[in-house]
Design a protein around this ligand. Structure first.
Ligand code: HEM
Ligand SMILES: [Ca+2]
Length: 629
């Protein structure tokens, strides 16, 4: 949900332009081809988003909202702009109506697909740990945040009767409703007589050139990996999270620094002593292991800021804040490209797509590359992550070596209060490095598919069904179309999948041409050395390539393109940083003193055993390089 007034205005504009497209199509002034290919003469939509005013000369720092990155197209990658796409959308009316099957009949309900194809089951990864999963969600929240329509006062829309027994009658349903049907035979929801799962469509963004065309969904995050979910992407949010001295606000919990407490009623626990934290994106409490990363990065900003103010006593707090932010953003990008992506995609693809860091400055910037996220990345490929979540978090007691507690994940969604328990953060970090993540396959924990955000209720929502419906909401094409796009043969028979999957697929879909992208992607075998199958791998590699090539402020870019370029010496320091270093420098150090060299690989794997935090195997960044001379 958006609460931002500027976003509301833009979303309203996006809708006006959509109505205009519908009207033009009805008058046959816009053909289906023009719509699909975006080749319209109608650049005169009723709403034109105001162009940002960019500073001249360009700022040394990224803007908070991501605008003014590209000098020619100043809104590329900015918050509240639309998702782009790899292929033209599949809307049944060419404009916004949701996809139908290849024969023209309705697609199977997203819940029916989830119920039959997405099962619970434990398949631990032999190599990757849960920190890899958790960092993935952290990247996702930095770059992607769909926002759904709300009613005027910002409250959520309901598309079902109060207990979900049935759909609201069409005349009382909001036009942004697309509730998901669940049949009486449903394995889980059937027993609760739940036949309607609420689903609200995503808000739209107006095109920056004011053109009228098919619906483009709005991204509520800056598309760049720039820690916008930590710092905020508007002046107001940034201001709310800042503290004097160039620091980020913290909640001092008896000497331990946690993210600041929020006034928003976001968390489920209201007991005395309960905590609920603020973050740049207001989603930091979604699961406690995510809040752990917000905590570490908040502390990292403050650690850098304090060092900078010691080194450069003449700097004012504005300068300290912006420089600390610039360094933390660079560290984050470096970890993403040097450590996380090779483990996601395998070295071959990372090489092919030019994603590895260079020895010095890189020369990958291309001003004609639009960095914006694609609908396919956000609704399907990057949601591979939902398959790697484990339903349980194992928290060790590092003193005794025993398991301290095992938590069913819905118990720590929007309930981050355990972070106030003194040794919890240290224990959780260790747990995330020891516990394997799950493999990418059609198995998703029921903590996400049955009990998501259940609060005190006997059932929650189904994230798998939501992913499928969200793909249709965004007009993402069927799986086969993306196979064609990357040069593979389309699948012509369900039998080309494993026998078990084939039978399940055939029981829900009419044709292999109808399979939803998220489902098809999860059914693929992982590529060699990668976590995901070939189709997701290409969608992901394409995206991470474009948010590198299309980012003028990319940390490795030299002064020829980047107004905020680091010196070669500073860049070399940044490239020493690993996630293990960030953990070592920002843990509580109450029970945790050692860290595996690779924070994303299981700590029980030979060669990745934890080493003391002061070991040279986990190099430290020398911030004295950032003393102004
Ligand atoms: C840890 C537990 C997680 C929970 C409870 C969770 C929950 C959710 C929810 C509720 C949504 C919004 C669904 C919608 O309305 O469309 C979502 C979206 C998403 N999730 Fe997760 N997720 C988790 C982990 C992950 C991981 C590990 C990744 C990636 C590695 C990931 C990637 C994404 C992406 C890319 C989106 C789309 C974001 C957007 O544009 O709105 N999630 N998740
Ligand atoms: Ca961002």
């Amino acid at each position: 949900m958006t609460t931002d007034r500027r976003a509301e205005k833009l979303a309203h504009g996006g809708l006006l332009n959509l109505f205009a497209a519908q009207e033009l199509k009805a008058r046959q002034a816009l053909s289906d081809d023009e719509l699909a290919l975006g080749l319209t003469e109608h650049t005169d939509g009723p709403f034109c988003p105001p162009a940002p005013s960019c500073p001249n000369p360009p700022s040394r720092y990224r803007s908070f909202g991501g605008e003014c990155n590209n000098l020619q197209s100043s809104t590329w990658g900015a918050v509240h702009t639309g998702f782009e796409r790899l292929l033209p959308p599949d809307y049944s009316d060419g404009i916004w109506k949701m996809r139908v099957s290849s024969s023209g009949s309705p697609l199977p309900s997203a819940r029916a697909v989830s119920n039959i194809l997405v099962l619970d089951g434990s398949h631990p990864s032999a190599t990757h740990n849960l920190m890899f999963m958790q960092f993935g969600q952290f990247i996702a929240h930095d770059t992607s945040a769909g926002t759904v329509f709300t009613v005027g006062n910002g409250s959520a829309l309901s598309c079902c009767t109060p207990h979900g027994e049935e759909f609201l009658p069409p005349e009382s349903q909001h036009w942004a409703c697309a509730p998901i049907a669940s049949g009486p035979e449903d394995n889980f929801y059937g027993q609760f007589r739940l036949q309607c799962l609420n689903f609200v469509r995503a808000q739209l963004a107006p095109a920056s050139d004011c053109s009228v065309g098919y619906a483009k969904q709005m991204n509520g995050a800056t598309h760049f990996p720039d820690l916008s979910h930590l710092y905020g992407s508007s002046e107001e949010k940034v201001g709310l999270l800042r503290a004097p001295g160039g620091l980020l606000k913290v909640f001092q919990d008896y000497g331990r620094e946690l993210p600041p407490l929020t006034e928003r009623e976001e968390c489920l626990t209201v007991k005395e002593g309960a905590a609920c934290f603020e973050s740049g994106d207001s989603h930091g409490n979604q699961i406690i292991s995510l809040t752990v990363l917000h905590t570490l990065w908040t502390r990292e900003h403050n650690r850098i800021a304090r060092a900078l103010s010691r080194l450069n006593p003449e700097w004012d707090e504005e300068k300290i804040y912006l420089e600390a932010r610039r360094i933390a953003q660079a560290e984050f990008q470096h970890i993403l490209y040097s450590e996380w992506l090779p483990l996601l995609l395998g070295s071959q693809l990372v090489q092919t797509f030019g994603l590895y860091p260079s020895p010095g400055y890189c020369s990958s910037y291309e001003r004609q590359v639009n960095p914006s996220l694609t609908a396919e990345f956000s609704t399907a490929a990057m949601r591979f992550g939902h398959s790697v979540v484990d339903g349980k978090l194992t928290i060790p007691n590092l003193k005794s070596g025993n398991v301290y507690e095992t938590i069913f994940i819905p118990e720590v969604m929007f309930q981050p209060s355990r972070l106030r328990v003194r040794p919890f953060l240290d224990r959780m970090i260790a747990g995330l490095s020891w516990q394997p993540m799950q493999t990418v396959d059609p198995f998703v924990t029921e903590g996400l598919t049955r009990y998501l955000f259940h609060g005190g209720n006997p059932f929650g929502i189904d994230l798998a069904a939501i992913n499928i419906q969200r793909g249709r909401d965004y007009g993402v094409r069927a799986y086969n179309q993306y196979r064609r796009l990357i040069g593979l043969e389309p699948l012509t028979s369900f039998d080309q999948f494993s026998p078990n999957a084939a039978q399940r697929l055939a029981s829900v879909y009419e044709s292999p041409e109808d399979i939803d992208l998220w489902v098809g992607g999860l059914l693929e075998e992982p590529m060699d050395g990668a976590v995901v199958g070939i189709t997701f791998a290409h969608i992901l590699a394409d995206q991470f390539s474009r948010i590198k090539r299309g980012d003028r402020y990319f940390y490795e870019n030299g002064p020829d393109v980047n107004p905020g370029a680091f010196t070669p010496g500073q860049l070399a320091e940044i490239k020493k940083v690993t996630l293990s270093r960030i953990i070592c420098d920002n843990k509580d150090g109450i029970e945790l003193f050692a860290q595996p060299p690779n924070a994303f690989v299981r700590a029980d794997l030979p060669g990745n055993e934890p080493v003391p935090c002061d070991s040279l195997i986990i190099p430290a960044i020398d911030l004295s390089r950032f003393k102004e001379i």
